[in-house]
Ligand binder design. Structure first.
Ligand code: AMP
Ligand code: MN
Ligand code: MN
Length: 324
């Protein structure tokens, strides 16, 4: 945390303290950092007797339904005037989906995020690309708000940080990550149980989709690029949902020769969601940026509005270019 980020946190707290009603929201296609950070900050602000509205902008993957108070994330009708809007883990305002309209009606926006590609769309921006997860920034904010971190808040922050660091494996994991997690564990949370919920509850449908997907692995550039396309047909034949393809892209990255892993998901005939991961050389956020996407150096994504075969060509060309 540098001094300008620290100042932003202090300004954010002043704004939170003087606001009665606060909307908070994160990005579409929610992940663990998104849901965990949302719930933790919402619970902390409720302890300060704030009227907190946690806006649901997309379906919550079943992986995170075990989190405490997850049902406070729900739909709200758009209001003309919003006092304070807090955006979490979202690199730009478009990523908020229908939350964007709420943000645009807000007198003040606090933008808390860790994406390198963040556009600083808030009045107050707590943006720290060196943080492993938005959950780390939310931890700092809650601590400075002088709210006691209880087991429920700790469970949510642990989930946020564990999921965005690949269980503390990725290079974004810092000594600060471990210090924060050590503090979270002091509350008495059951890490074994949380990890079973997060990582050892794969359904048979998801497992079968994995097998099917891996049978369709494509390799390019002497094994340095691995690619899988998950078609709509593949989902249907395995009775799986789009969220069930979570984890396939990291499985591709974990192949010894692979530097860049690419997963294409056919959302509809002309809408292909691309997930990119890299191991140690290629900055995949630069690749996704070329297609109006975003993300981090080692994990990024974008959506291509074209047919699957065409999307595959487009993205492969850019990945191969990045190796030159
Ligand atoms: P994913 O591959 O969907 O797990 O996303 C990897 C990273 O890239 C996450 O940090 C996302 O927030 C980011 N990301 C994914 N898709 C997009 C997009 N369309 N625009 C901006 N950032 C994205
Ligand atoms: Mn996220
Ligand atoms: Mn994140």
């Amino acid at each position: 945390m540098n001094s300008s980020q620290d100042n932003s946190i202090k300004e954010a707290i002043k704004l939170i303290e003087k606001s009665g009603e606060i909307y908070i929201c994160s990005h579409v296609k929610p992940d663990g950092d998104n849901i965990g950070s949302l719930l933790a900050l919402a619970m902390a602000m409720k302890k300060l007797n704030k009227n907190v509205k946690v806006l649901k902008v997309d379906e919550i993957p079943s992986d995170y339904m075990f989190l405490p108070n997850v049902d406070i994330i729900r739909e709200y009708e758009l209001k003309e005037k919003i006092e304070l809007f807090i955006a979490l883990d979202s690199g730009d305002i478009e990523r908020l989906g229908l939350g964007k309209k709420f943000a645009l009606n807000a007198e003040n926006i606090i933008n808390i995020d860790h994406h390198v590609t963040n556009t600083k769309f808030g009045n107050i921006n707590i943006v720290s690309p060196s943080s492993a997860a938005t959950g780390e920034l939310v931890y700092e904010l809650i601590k400075q708000m002088s709210v006691k971190i209880d087991m429920d808040i700790a469970t949510c922050l642990y989930t946020a940080i564990s999921t965005d660091t690949g269980s503390f494996m990725y290079s974004n994991t810092s000594h600060l990550t471990h210090l924060i997690v050590a503090e979270l564990l002091k509350t008495g949370i059951d890490v074994g149980e949380i990890n079973i919920n997060l990582y050892q509850k794969r359904t048979m449908e998801r497992t079968k989709l994995f097998i099917d997907a891996l049978n369709n692995l494509e390799i390019y550039l002497d094994g340095r690029i691995g690619l899988i396309a998950v078609t709509d047909e593949m989902l249907k034949s395995n009775n799986a949902k789009t969220e069930d393809s979570e984890g396939i892209v990291s499985f591709i990255r974990d192949i010894d020769t692979v530097e860049v892993a690419c997963l294409l998901k056919e959302i509809s005939k002309n809408e292909i969601k691309v997930s990119l991961r890299s191991k140690k050389e290629i900055d995949v956020s630069k690749i996704s940026n070329k297609f109006n996407g975003g993300g981090h150096i080692r994990a990024a994504g974008c959506t291509l509005y074209t047919e699957l075969d065409d999307a595959k060509k487009l993205i492969l060309d850019e990945i191969e270019m990045a190796f030159r």
